[in-house]
Design a protein around this ligand. Sequence first.
Ligand code: C2E
Ligand code: MG
Ligand code: MG
Length: 710
Amino acid sequence: MIYMDSSKTKSLVLVVDDDPSLRMVMVAALKKFGFDVIEAQNGKSGIDRFLSEQPDIVLLDVMMPDMDGFEACKTIRQFPDGKLTQILMVTGLEDIDSTKKAFDAGANGFVTKPLNLTLLGQQVRYMLRAGNAFKELHINRSRLAKTQELAKIGNWQIDLKTQEFYCSAEAVQLLGLDDMETPVTLDDFLTPIVPQDWNRVKEAFEKAVKEKIATTLEYQILFSDRTPKHILNKSEIVFDEQHSPVMILGIVQDVSQLKRAEEEIRFLAFYDGLTGLANRMLFIDRLEQSIIESSRNNKHFALLFLDLDNFKGVNDSMGHHVGDRLLKKVAESIKNSIRKSDSATRLVDDKRQKDVMVARLGGDEFTILITDLKTPESAALIARRLLQTVPAVYNFNGQEVSVTTSIGISVFPEDGDKADILLKNADTAMYHAKEEGKNTYQFFKDSMNKAAFERYSIDRDLRKALQNNEFALYYQPKIDLVTRKIVGAEALIRWFHPSRGMIPPNRFIPIAEESGIIIDINRWVLRTAGLQSKTWVDQGYAPIVVAVNLSGYKLARQNIIESIDVALREINFNASNIEIEITENILMQDNDETISTLNRMKSLNLRIALDDFGTGYSSLSYLTSFPVDTIKIDRSFVMACTSEKNNLVIIKAIIAMGHSLGKKIVAEGIETEEQYRFLKGLNCDEGQGYYFSRPVPSEEFAKLLVKGRL
Ligand code: C2E
Ligand code: MG
Ligand code: MG
């Protein structure tokens, strides 16, 4: 409620007294002072007159029959209109008790009988003045409150001496704190803030109090009905006369609508109205961000520039509205192609949505930004996929329109380290693609085209390699460093390509991982190695442990356990003679799933070795939380172990730590006598390397087994 100034010229006084003569004297005296006066003879009728006439001041006799002055005073105070009225008690009793009672009942002052009539007039005038000032203050306050309510603003303050916190009713309402117990504390005040903002705001508050500084904060809250709201919180420091800070005064404002408007404006400014894709401005912005991030993290990213091959013809012959609809459809199929590209997803891990941005620069030009590429040529996989999905025959009201697209690719940082250059080079590459005969893609650099083509043809040929029996396993012996006896073998895959000759695993395994064909390769390796090991036993050699490499990609999702189980059953082989080599990056993946897969491997009686140890994120915690039997020290440490002190220290540490956890230690890549002696001296258990034997075909390995000792 807003209190308005009264426009009455004369103040109205109500005199309530049961003594008629005293009443008459008082009325006369007050009239003489220029007041309008009305009267009542007891408490009850006093209240009635109060309600009907709304006097500015009430003089209340204390001692009256029925309802005494205290009662009447209390009653008046309970009415909304009675809160700001001045009440003067007229008492015959001079004791402390009655004055206290008068104030407790809500009176503003009291006079005692016998009355000094001149003084009474003065006192009434004085009280009216004070009352008006009080009323005005109240009016201002309630106006402010109303304004704040309308503007959805609440205020709060922190006393810097006592740390006491206060927040206004509007703030309570605005933040949805109505259910909180009063008084609302600072902690209550911060409670509705969403978890992702909470720490930041809490810290800002603590800092503001500690350093006595003004702040401006924006954050989100969850209102009591769970709707999210955007809050602007601004504060100032209040200083006393000595210029020392005494208080932080703040306002909270609901700026949700403003935010929504901002978002709408942002959408209009940054998105293409036709397709809903990002527009040029947003794309360039993201491109620039990616340049900064990728240079910081030493990563590649690719920019695909896509242009429809025959859009102009469609637009000219069929009109703009058909052209527009076509662009919309193309935008959709680009998005779909990116979203569901199953094999391509593996290129850039699972964070796909975040790592790809599709934009329409204008006309029929689309761009796609792919960050966090494993290798630059991986972009070609996505381009190939787009070339398969985007071209289509569209039917608009019975008229058929067919489109194809050409794609140019530039790669950061190879093809430029500035947004405009990368864009220009992708555009140039796109023109080359058109020259190549359209519906194709081109990298900006020709060398990249070659690399991408090589990857592509490996990918294509890999699919046939298994059926055509082009793979073989080579075996490299593992030697007990003390006795030099052959105690095991590592099976290493070789691909004998019909036209390219032998392709080493490092060239095709990563591509097989990307396309998913690795799953079949892994199965084949397991089965072949198991069968071979069994054959050796059947031929009368003492059983040795054969190790196979299971490459990293999503171990848990390969149904690997089932394939191992099936493979071992098929050949009726004892699993304890098989060791699975995995790398640290497998352990880095989904932990729970990986642990359970490894545990299931253990329950099948398989042994597990951690390959290339020391090259990855090597952490001791792996060794305690994963069921690993063997640690293989990576070749890079062994290579320079006798010359570089660092490597020596690392090898010593790995061996000591591994042994203390009960693991077996194997050194990879021993090439010299010196390295052998050195590792033996450090109590390394087993070794493997050209010094003993290169990986050899199975028939040759059998000859090594005959020797038994190397
Ligand atoms: P890895 O498991 O660390 O295998 C050891 C590699 O080091 C082998 O290379 C081996 O030939 C080589 N090597 C052994 N001793 C020496 C030495 O004294 N000096 C030098 N310079 N090199 C030595 P390879 O066979 O080319 O295999 C490379 C990688 O390919 C393997 O590393 C493994 O990660 C992967 N790989 C090999 N076979 C398979 C397989 O059947 N399946 C899967 N998924 N990955 C495989
Ligand atoms: Mg290995
Ligand atoms: Mg290795």
